[in-house]
Each structure stands twice: as C-alpha cells, then as structure tokens.
Write a protein that binds this ligand. Structure first.
Ligand SMILES: N[C@@H](CCC(=O)N[C@@H](CS)C(=O)NCC(=O)O)C(=O)O
Length: 208
C-alpha cells in the first residue's frame, strides 16, 4: 500500500502512524504540495495530501484512508466499536482535522511552508496571532478532556490520540513548546509513565 505526500503534513502523519500502530506496511512517497504525478492525481483529484493506493484501489483524505485500513485489518482495533466511544473518537479526529489544524496551519504555513517550500515570506503576524490567541483556548479545552490514563477514549490508544497528537509534531518543528506545568495531561508531564497525550503516540514517533 502506498501513501502519497510528505509526513510533514499532519494528515499524512496521521495515516502513517495509524498504519504503523496497526502493523500495516505502508510505502511512503513524499510528494511535494500540488504534485502533478499522475498516480497521485488519480488518487487525489484535488491534489491534497495524503493520497493512497492499494493495488487498483486509489483514494484520498486521511479519514477515508484510516477507515479503509481499519476495515482491511481490523486488529488491533483503533476505532472503537462501542457506539459512544466510536462517536467520541470521530469527534476528536474532527477536532484535530478542522479546529486544531485551522490554528496550526496559520502557524505552520506562514512560518515554515511559505518560506521554505514556496520561496516566499509568510505572514508572521497571522502566525503569531494564532499562537497567542487561538491556540491557548484549544489547549485549555484539551487539557480537561485527557483522562488520567492519558488516552482520550477507552483508556487505550485509538485514532483519537493519533489524530490529536499528529499536529503537535508540527508545533515541535516550529519550536513551539506546550507548557508542561499548565498542560500536564496534554504534554504528559506530571502523569504516570504512559500517561499524557504524546507518549502513547511515541510508537509512531519516527513519522515526526
Ligand atoms: N481533509 C483532508 C485534508 C488534506 C489537506 O488539506 N492536506 C494539505 C496539506 S496539510 C494539502 O494537501 N494542501 C494543499 C492544497 O490544499 O492544495 C485530509 O484529511 O486528508
């Protein structure tokens, strides 16, 4: 199975980490943004990453891809079967993909993507404003959601943790450190060894 797109993208990273946790071998093809590679475009007609291929089956969108992987290899289950746990898992994924990423993209695009990959300066005011005003309320909310176990749903690793942890790697790439004192549950500081949101994700840390 092939995953198209750089693992610098939180959406690509989510898919690669999900596959790694399930023990599915995924070949990473780290295409740049907007690539015209025909195999990639067949999988992702609007050229967003990740794209995905399993033989003659091609699809895009990280959520569609992880649901495909869960269906082709049900064990270990990373999307809970129980109704409420499943709904909460999908909500956390949605929170990560839309709400957390809306803030993170303003920071990462303007500080990293524009200057390093598009050869033009980013709007640093937009990035700074997002970090100062948008990020703290999201972290405040998240801190209250993480249970003592450190796992968001069912006290075990699920898609919820992988999806929410994935954009945090991009904060790391920008040297933005989440305060361990203010956010002990989110950062994993001050909770037992396997606790916190980031450590359970460490098995897939190579995708950071
Ligand atoms: N909902 C999509 C979002 C994918 C997405 O927006 N990827 C970004 C990179 S982080 C992208 O390809 N941007 C390029 C573009 O929009 O042209 C998913 O979950 O895969």
């Amino acid at each position: 199975m092939i995953v198209y797109g750089s693992s610098m993208s939180p959406f690509v990273r989510k898919v690669l980490a999900f596959g790694a946790e399930k023990g599915i071998e995924l070949e990473s093809r780290p295409l740049g943004l907007g690539s015209n590679d025909p195999e990639f475009v067949e999988a992702s007609p609007f050229r967003k990453i990740p794209g995905f291929r399993d033989g003659d089956f091609a699809i895009c969108d990280s959520s569609a891809i992880v649901h495909y992987l869960e269906a082709v290899k049900p064990e270990p289950a990373l999307i809970p079967a129980e109704a409420r746990a499943r709904a909460r898992t999908i909500w956390y994924e949605e929170f990560a993909d839309t709400i957390l990423m809306a803030c993170g993209a303003k920071m990462f695009f303007n500080r990293v993507v524009a200057p390093r990959f598009l050869g033009r300066p980013g709007d640093l005011e937009v990035a700074d404003k997002a970090e100062a005003e948008e990020l703290p309320p999201l972290l405040d909310w998240l801190e209250k959601q993480v249970p003592e176990s450190g796992f968001l749903v069912e006290d075990r690793l699920t898609l919820a943790d992988i999806a929410v942890a994935s954009p945090f790697a991009n904060l790391g790439h920008m040297d933005v450190l989440v305060c361990g004192e203010r956010y002990p549950r989110v950062t994993g500081a001050g909770v037992p060894a396997e606790g916190g949101l980031i450590p359970p994700f460490s098995a897939a840390a190579r995708w950071r």
